[in-house]
Design a protein around this ligand. Structure first.
Ligand code: PLP
Length: 431
């Protein structure tokens, strides 16, 4: 499959090149040249297929022939060696648990998939690739874990000092080997800006091959379309009208869901659930896109002022505001709403959500007010113990730490502090 740049200046390129480059030379995001719907029988019989079979069928068109079928099958099965259960909470609301991977947030799937693709492309390449990644919390850990020990790949993670949870920080600062963490005196947006600046810095790019493991990278982003298929497989017998509420930050996840829908997955509607960083909620009201600097919230992985993937959503809808609006709703919720929702979910269903899932739950409730026939699935994007301080504040219960969390909690943090781009550049040049 070829990919084109959404800035429409750079030439089309292969999947391999899109993965290695991350961003097109004209700074545009890459987008697949075509999206071919799967055979309707695939969806009619999806419950007879394993997750690996579903994922392979779904992703193949975006990758072949560059990765041979047998290799791709191995990549898919190594990526997906944990569960994706749907838990029914009420007659009209379920949650899709995406936190059963090694770092307990949904980003494990994309990170593991991308690491394996890059490892495959790099196996006969003598030069190193340096992966730069800005994280608002969960990407860093998932990428560190997914890329640990991958030959020929070095990972540099930038995270905003004091703005990620204790567990998140441990997950991204304690692995060592080919993984380095930079603690940035600033916000997530500052981290993201520095990464973008490095890509545009000829002095750096002439010396080193830089790529990104944020959802701008097609290999990180596209595998997220699996989730929606896995949920559909579990729910299709019980419900006719399935809608998804996606707690959104950089909008990669919801955008991947829209690709699944384009491929024929019967999804009735999407809900982008936001915290106070709500540029898309405001856009759908006013048809005016007005990004603002990010503000800090209790659902920190969604503290994104200017979501990178929104341009991909615009591409899917060919910039047609009305069509987009008929398929996507968006609501935004305060931290106070979020904490109340954590409490409500627990007291009415005994389920312990995390702050991001709670925002998704609220999105379901808002949508169901006017669409009572739908069954709404919110994505539970992280395990509640990743945000224990917030959850404990609201829910008075013993929450046992899963083994994935226990294994990092006593490890020693190793991070280099940086203040601005010039310090970042000095760091990269001495690698
Ligand atoms: C990254 C993340 C999100 C936001 O996902 P996007 O694809 O960036 O919209 C939501 N919840 C959690 C827990 C995350 O880690």
């Amino acid at each position: 499959m070829n990919y084109y740049s959404l800035n429409n200046i750079a030439a089309d390129t292969t999947f391999e090149n899109a993965v290695i480059k991350g961003l097109a030379p004209d700074r545009g995001l890459y987008f697949p040249e075509s999206i071919t719907p799967l055979n309707p029988t695939f969806f009619e019989t999806i419950e007879t297929l394993s997750n690996e079979e579903i994922a392979f069928e779904a992703i193949q068109q975006f990758i072949s022939p560059e990765i041979p079928e047998a290799v791709l099958k191995t990549i898919v099965s190594e990526t997906l060696n944990f569960d994706f259960p749907v838990v029914k909470l009420t007659e009209s609301i379920s949650t899709l648990e995406l936190f059963h991977g090694p770092t307990m947030a949904f980003k494990d799937v994309g990170a593991r998939f991308m690491a394996r693709c890059l490892g495959y492309f790099n196996q006969n390449n003598s030069s190193e690739v340096t992966v730069l990644v800005a994280t608002s919390g969960d990407t860093g850990g998932a990428v560190a874990n997914g890329f640990l020990g991958v030959k020929g790949v070095r990972v540099v993670i930038l995270y905003p000092s004091g703005k990620v949870s204790n567990i998140q920080e441990k997950q991204l600062t304690t692995l060592g080997q080919n993984i380095t963490a930079l603690e940035v005196d600033g916000t997530f947006d500052d981290c993201q800006e520095m990464v973008k600046k490095a890509f545009m810095d000829d002095e750096l790019t002439s010396k080193m091959q830089l790529t990104s493991a944020n959802s701008i990278n097609v290999a990180r982003w596209l595998p997220q379309l699996f989730y929606f298929m896995f949920a559909y497989k579990q729910l299709k017998k019980s419900y006719k009208e399935i809608v998804f509420s996606v707690p959104s930050g950089n909008f990669g996840n919801v955008c991947a869901g829209m690709i699944a829908q384009k491929m024929g997955l019967p999804i009735k509607h999407f809900i982008a659930s936001n915290n106070d960083n709500n540029v898309v909620t405001r856009f759908l009201k006013s048809n005016s896109y007005d990004p603002k600097p990010s503000v800090q919230t209790v659902s920190n992985a969604m503290d994104v002022g200017n979501p990178s993937n929104f341009i991909r959503i615009q591409a899917i809808y060919k910039n047609d505001f009305e069509t987009l609006k008929s398929n996507l709703s968006s609501y935004s919720f305060t931290d106070e709403d979020t904490k109340k929702a954590l409490d409500e979910i627990y007291s009415t269903t005994n389920y312990i959500a995390d702050p991001h899932g709670a925002v998704g739950y609220l999105g379901c409730k808002s949508y169901l007010e006017t669409n009572p026939k739908a069954h709404c699935v919110f994505l539970e994007t992280a395990h509640p113990t990743k945000f224990l301080d917030v959850v404990k504040e609201v829910i008075d219960a013993d929450i046992p730490l899963p083994t994935q969390i226990q294994s990092v909690i006593d490890k020693q943090k190793v991070a280099t502090e940086i203040k601005d781009y010039s310090e970042f550049k000095v760091f990269l040049k001495q690698l």
